[in-house]
Design a protein around this ligand. Structure first.
Ligand SMILES: Cc1cc2nc3c(=O)[nH]c(=O)nc-3n(C[C@H](O)[C@H](O)[C@H](O)COP(=O)(O)O)c2cc1C
Length: 348
């Protein structure tokens, strides 16, 4: 079925296809039949359930930030079997993002390239959208960023305002200082900024907070800021965002960040290095090129308590979370584990 949709959607420009998909998912969300427990996409099995940082996750496969920027399709994503959804990136004020076209497919490499630049409707509208669904049956992460017109020296205010503004909504906060699409944003990936950010944010919320890092950091840099984040109040690390290493695909444009299969090795390599230091000190979430149960399990065995994906949803379709969860159950069975948490970090 998805192959038919995909053929039609792939005839359209990538961002237009995305907007159409969001429109239909929003529409479907209004159907009571799409109730979480009424369709077979959601894999309910005790072996996949974990309690992490005080949050109950029914399965470990989440939709990563950027797909549901405005918190409009949380219900549909849960129906498709995702164990959690990270909405955003949300900025204090709505903004239109960078100039179009700004989303491209690299079909042979099952990858995407985007330079969207935090296009979102802004915190006020998105708060209303979230209030309509929260509390929800699966955890919701709130991914926050700064507005493009805010200079670096005031960036921290945008992040802290967002933490405070969403204090009563969502289950965790994700600090995004790793997008390649907002000028100079990645400069915030330094110890001083990260330690001040988390030290001040933890005064504003009781929710677990995560730092989302770039795959283009050196392992030393990534470990340094990850340790700093945890020391200053973060509960864990999300690795990684998209890459601006344009050698990973054959026909890259020199703009934005690349995701999907082309990012897989790079993302996993950095994740592994970070996990060696952070495992046991904070929670690890792995994202970047995950498109199968085998790949998800590999990340889990290297220390990830949870995994996320975005690009595989576009290439493999709305069954992907269910398929990964079913494959994970087989892999757990093979290894004789009673619960996914027993596999976390086993290959470190
Ligand atoms: C079109 C697109 C938009 C994205 N927007 C965001 C975003 O707003 N915030 C963010 O933290 N990550 C964003 N990401 C990055 C994803 O959350 C994820 O980290 C990255 O795509 C790697 O995962 P994947 O290979 O499974 O897609 C975006 C990715 C894509 C493809």
């Amino acid at each position: 079925m998805y192959n038919i949709f995909k053929k039609l959607l792939f005839k359209l420009e990538a961002e237009t296809a995305h907007n159409i998909a969001i429109f239909f998912m929003k529409f479907l969300s209004e159907f009571p039949k799409l109730n979480l427990h009424s369709i077979d996409h959601f894999v309910l099995n005790k072996k996949l359930q974990q309690n992490i940082n005080g949050i109950k996750f029914i399965n470990p496969v989440g939709m990563s930030a950027g797909f549901d920027k405005n918190a409009e399709v949380v219900k549909a994503l849960a129906s498709f079997g995702f164990g959690f959804t990270e909405v955003g990136t949300i900025t204090p004020h709505g903004q239109s993002g960078n100039s179009k076209p700004r989303m491209f497919r690299h079909i042979d490499e099952r990858s995407l390239q985007n330079s969207l630049g935090f296009n979102n409707r802004g915190s006020r509208v998105i708060k209303k959208n979230l209030q309509n669904v929260y509390p929800f049956s699966t955890p919701i992460g709130i991914n926050v960023g700064k507005n493009a017109n805010v200079p670096g020296e005031f960036a921290i205010d945008d992040y802290l305002n967002m933490v405070e503004y969403f204090a009563n909504l969502g289950d965790y906060i994700s600090m995004n200082i790793s997008s390649p699409n907002t000028k100079n944003l990645r400069d915030l990936q330094n110890s001083d900024f990260v330690s001040e950010l988390f030290a001040r944010a933890k005064e504003l919320t009781k929710k677990p907070m995560f730092l989302k890092i770039s795959p283009d950091l050196s392992p030393d840099e990534a470990i340094k800021i990850s340790l700093k984040a945890i020391e200053s109040g973060a509960s864990g690390i999300i690795a990684t965002n998209t890459t601006n290493d344009y050698n990973v695909v054959s026909n890259a444009m020199h703009l934005g960040g690349i995701s999907g299969i082309a990012l897989k090795e790079k993302s996993f390599t950095l994740f592994k290095e970070v996990a060696k230091e952070i495992y046991g000190k904070g929670t690890l979430i792995s994202v970047g090129g995950i498109d199968s149960g085998e790949e998800a399990y590999k990340r889990i065995k290297h220390g990830a308590s949870l995994v996320q994906l975005y690009t595989a949803f576009i290439y493999k379709g709305y069954h992907v979370a269910r398929d990964i969860n079913l494959e994970l159950l087989d892999l757990l069975e093979k290894d004789g584990y009673e619960n996914i948490s027993e596999a976390v970090g086993k290959d470190l």
